[in-house]
Design a protein. Structure first.
Length: 104
């Protein structure tokens, strides 16, 4: 093998390693995105809720996201500006605050 062939092989190996590392980093970066593709704004009775998770806007997503876990295990993205969703969030925050005060 002459030196040009060795240099070409090493260059190909270096490019391959770089692209492989870039692909794995792309997969890690794809996790930093909005969790909710669409939101549900139709009223859901409170008795169906197990918990609510509030995700603030940030570099991963410009939207505030509200993800409800229903008692049947289903997760639903809720419209954070809907009045009934604000009431649900307030209820869970008040409940968490009350629980933390009783533990102290």
């Amino acid at each position: 093998m002459d030196s040009k062939a060795v240099a070409a092989f090493l260059a190909l190996l270096l490019v391959s390693a770089t692209l492989t590392e870039g692909a794995s980093m792309a997969r890690v970066g794809s996790e930093l995105r909005c969790q909710c593709v669409s939101t549900h704004s139709t009223f859901i009775p409170f008795k169906f809720f197990e918990s609510v998770r509030l995700i603030r806007s940030g570099p991963h997503c410009k939207n505030i996201e509200v993800i409800a876990v229903l008692k049947n295990g289903r997760q639903v993205c809720l419209e954070p500006t809907a009045g009934w969703v604000k009431a649900i969030i307030k209820h869970f925050l008040d409940k968490a605050e009350t629980n933390s005060e009783t533990e102290s």
